[in-house]
Design a protein around this ligand. Sequence first.
Ligand SMILES: [Zn+2]
Ligand SMILES: [Zn+2]
Length: 209
Amino acid sequence: MKIDLHVHTTVSSPCSLIDPERLIERAREAGLDAVCVTEHDEIKGAEVTRELGLKQGFPVFRGVEVFTDMGDMLVYGLYEDAPGWKVPFERLLERCREAGAAIVPAHSCRVTGELERIHGEERVAWLLDRVTALETHNGGCTPQGNAAAQDLARRFGLPGTGGSDAHHEFQVGRCYTVFEDDIESEVDLVAALRGGRYEGVYMWEPVDR
Ligand SMILES: [Zn+2]
Ligand SMILES: [Zn+2]
């Protein structure tokens, strides 16, 4: 199954130009089986798009992209607003453990090596021991940045997800996750993320020069 695990809509992300209606149309055109809406810190856009998806027979799952003191974290299985802005990672972790939600650091190597440079190797190792996967294919990152994330995931034995991070219609599905499992619900999605039988991919191979 092909699922774009990282998209933004106009409902809760002022930085996005994609309205929910068009998101669903574009996801279908891109050949995706489902999308997961992950607005910045707010759940409303995911709720609205999910409702629309139910009416139109296209699976839309809810996630949220939480800005923490250790960068942006994609959260799956938490159906509420972020517990604060630039929230300490520990606080998000606590809330996600209560809710049974999975945390996946977004575009962790947008600038190669940034995580380790900012937080130090020990703290990064601590972080990566507490997350479910790493976003290794982010549609807004350079191929080099994604390659660095893939390297980090390999070093820590983490599976990699793919998401377009689309803020414009044409970007929907430019990266996505291929799951071996069938995913029909949000519960399935969180279980599959923990299962690790998936990989992040590019819609097309990156041009590397
Ligand atoms: Zn944004
Ligand atoms: Zn994003």
